[in-house]
Design a protein around this ligand. Sequence first.
Ligand code: PXG
Length: 457
Amino acid sequence: MPRNYDIAELRRLDVAHHLPAQQDYALIEQMGGSRIITSADGCTIVDGEGNRILDGMAGLWCVNIGYGRDELAEVAAEQMRELPFYNTFFKTVTPPAVMLAAKIASLTGNRLPHVFFNTSGSEANDTIFRMVRHYWKTRGEPERTVFISRHNAYHGSTVAGVSLGGMKGMHAQGDLPIPGIEHVRQPYWYNEGRDMDPEAFGLLCAKAIEDKILEVGADKVAAFIGEPIQGAGGVIIPPASYWPEVERICRKYGILLVCDEVINGFGRTGNWWGHETVGVKPDMIAMAKGLSSGYLPISAVAVSREIVDVLKTGGDFVHGFTYSGHPVCAAVALRNIEIIEREGLVERTRDDTGPYFAKALAALAEHPLVGEVRSAGLIGAVEITSDKATGARFGGAEGTAGPMVRDACIANGLMVRGIRDTIVMCPPLIISHAQIDEMIAIIRRSLDQCSEDLRAG
Ligand code: PXG
């Protein structure tokens, strides 16, 4: 039963004491506190005012199996009673951590058989940053330290995560990136390549990586890191030519290929991994979010045998977190994966709901304010434009339309993200056809409602 919260008092306390993530604190104060989400079930969240909102974002790109799974609460309680915590530092480990590592390895077809645990996506990327540099040093190539990443990539909020990421606004706070990280262009065809054939544009963007390698010196580059499909950057789905060419370039220069699967993983794109969808075989992957469907914080890095064989010659790798392999989080993640398998959510996304979502989006592309729609599995985007022919943005600058249409969607009962002028969606993988129809109908209605205000500037 939902609890009877004093919402007005909670909002007062929120303003007085709570600092939210990636927010303008003054704005929250002016609003009288954040919207308080009190409960959820299936694909629907409920706020303090009793509004039921269809969650088109699966929490924060993470609740793949949907809300309200008693089974996970029971598994967590059972594990807490048996063993709430033990660490993996002192030649010790717990059963759920070992079983989850083996399960993740099997989900990579045992191509990446070794798994390191952390609690967040950011930490997973911090682990990758240190492990890759340590690997090259141990291999006798200590000069190989440089990471290549993309503008507008999102790899987290820690120092290494922000630095690997390509968000300019985040770099500006904290004097980042740290040295040794180079950013190249993103394969964002709608924004940056519309005058070109998409596949030629994909190759051009991949060539930017090769140009950077040659500029830095091939013997100094340690790894290329990228999300197969950029999530927080605006659901940027590269042309099919891009990733295979990126892989070819990495192999040509002996550079490690790292995929950040934090959003893409666990069925999101219609395969277990985004790298399968884009057709590459990385040496390392980061995962989080869908690993536990957000029920508890846990992340992991899966690593190739070749890399670990080298690490084995280097003594202690002095890296790890108190909560690495946390038994309760690992037990919940294991059961989450079991649910994804039992309910066939990956196959359903690939064969049923993903194609249905793509078709529903395609119909929305007819709307006068929509410049492009794109999706892969159950991740999708709608580009808002003032001119379908040129792709021009409202107000002559990027970033006005997204937040306005997003707010209208929320008022109409749908949670989405507005990233610049792009509405992005990432619903739970249990979403029904009817709920997909509802999502698209709400976006259409919200675009109609905003049309006049947008045209008025
Ligand atoms: N990599 C990717 C690809 C992510 O999307 C992280 C790493 C970091 O994970 P943690 O667990 O440390 O947050 C993410 C997180 C947004 C938004 O604006 C996206 C994320 C986080 C916060 C906001 O859409 N993704």
